[in-house]
Design a protein around this ligand. Structure first.
Ligand SMILES: Nc1nc2c(c(=O)[nH]1)N[C@H]1C(S)=C(S)[C@@H](COP(=O)(O)O)O[C@H]1N2
Ligand SMILES: [Mo]
Length: 365
């Protein structure tokens, strides 16, 4: 690598800085995509929490490397090309800031995280593309076009600081709801009616969304109960309704704010079937035949846990869990099992689908 840098006192520093950023950025991209792309994260579920730690560790490493030109006194004679320093410092600080809000989930309101999630990715792709271009230009000795942005300048601390601060400002702006106007998801989604939420993933662990036919649908409530029941959706919707507006948080980082749910509280089922005193847990089953989830009775009786049949004032769509899904706002999304067709009162906690694959059973964040 040495041969690409001008000879002199500073060669070692430049080589070191490049090794440092290349390794940390590559690790960040690889772990970031593994966490983000469903195809990978479902296969890596056992290692997800480890991948998070690696991602955060290298995020800090990368962040610190952005400071190096500020800390290090570079010689005036060694003129640098503006854009080569501007891009990593400006985009890097913006990426770090958005990433920080996703890491410290509880420190930031959901509305901020919702926007930050999209821009953390978008800005990383932009910087990644720049790094590839930069490497290509340098390796092939391609001359930059002469513009204001690519002209050479003296390396000045004050300039580096200014870029860092403007990166932070852009990062902060990209975390406001305003920035969502510029993300593609809202534009590409089929349902763009105002007030209708679009979730980043409509997740299913099977090849298909199960198609539940309403004529045949029955919710089975059984297990350690005094009277087993099977009820139709009509019977279900005639039970007292609970409505609430809650944020939705998936373990892979995305957040959806202010989702309007409508459904029945677990206490309605309890008074219907009267569980025995041994019933300390509830197992939920899905019509997809493979997904299961479990809550303790105490968790299930929390005031905001619902079996929902409406979202945003509409019956659930097939991909959203039609006709019935669990909603557990205080826990990660994987607890909110879709296409619920059986509720079993039990004496022990079973391991849910993702819990068997490494997610914690107590999914509060
Ligand atoms: N039956 C079933 N329920 C499920 C899932 C699934 O794959 N199958 N995915 C879970 C996960 S990981 C999340 S984040 C939410 C996503 O809800 P959504 O599909 O409405 O976006 O559903 C949860 N419930
Ligand atoms: Mo999820």
């Amino acid at each position: 690598m040495k041969k690409w840098f001008p000879h002199g006192k500073w060669t070692k520093y430049y080589v070191w800085l490049h090794h440092y950023s290349i390794v940390s950025f590559l690790v960040l991209m690889v772990t970031g995509l593994a966490l983000y792309i469903p195809f990978f994260h479902v296969r890596l579920i056992r290692y997800l929490f480890f991948l998070y730690d690696v991602h955060i560790f290298f995020g800090i490493v990368f962040f610190l490397s952005l400071f190096s030109p500020i800390v290090k006194k570079l010689p005036k004679v060694n003129r640098i090309r503006k854009v080569d320093w501007f891009m990593p410092i400006f985009f890097g600080t913006a990426i770090v800031l958005t990433g920080f809000s996703l890491w410290k989930v509880n420190w930031f309101p959901a509305s901020i995280r919702e926007a930050a999630f999209a821009w953390h990715g978008n800005l990383s792709y932009l910087l990644g593309i720049w790094f590839i271009l930069h490497g290509f230009f340098k390796a092939t000795g391609t001359q930059y076009p002469q513009t204001h942005v690519t002209k050479k300048m003296d390396s000045e601390r004050r300039q580096f600081l200014r870029w860092g601060v403007s990166g932070l400002v852009i990062g902060a702006i990209s975390m406001t709801p305003f920035s969502k106007l510029f993300t593609t998801r809202e534009k590409l989604s089929t349902d763009s009616r105002p007030g209708i939420h679009v979730f980043p993933e409509y997740f299913t662990v099977t090849d298909n969304y199960p198609k539940v036919s309403l004529n045949k649908y029955q919710l089975k409530i059984d297990g350690l109960v005094t009277t087993k029941k099977s009820i139709t959706l009509d019977q279900l919707t005639s039970l007292p309704v609970t409505k609430q507006i809650k944020n939705f948080q998936c373990v892979t980082g995305w957040t959806v704010t202010d989702v309007e749910w409508e459904g029945i509280h677990i206490r309605e089922l309890v008074s219907l079937v009267k569980p025995t005193s041994e019933a300390l847990f509830i197992t939920f089953y899905s019509a997809d035949g493979v997904y299961t989830e479990s809550l303790s009775l105490k968790e299930a009786m929390e005031s905001d846990v619902l079996l929902a049949y409406k979202m945003d004032n509409q019956p659930l769509r097939v991909e959203q869990g039609f006709p019935l899904r669990l909603v557990v706002p205080k826990m990660y999304g994987y607890k909110s099992i879709k296409w619920v067709n059986r509720v079993e009162f039990a004496s022990t906690r079973i391991q849910g689908y993702w819990e068997q694959r490494g997610y914690p059973a107590e999914a509060t964040f």
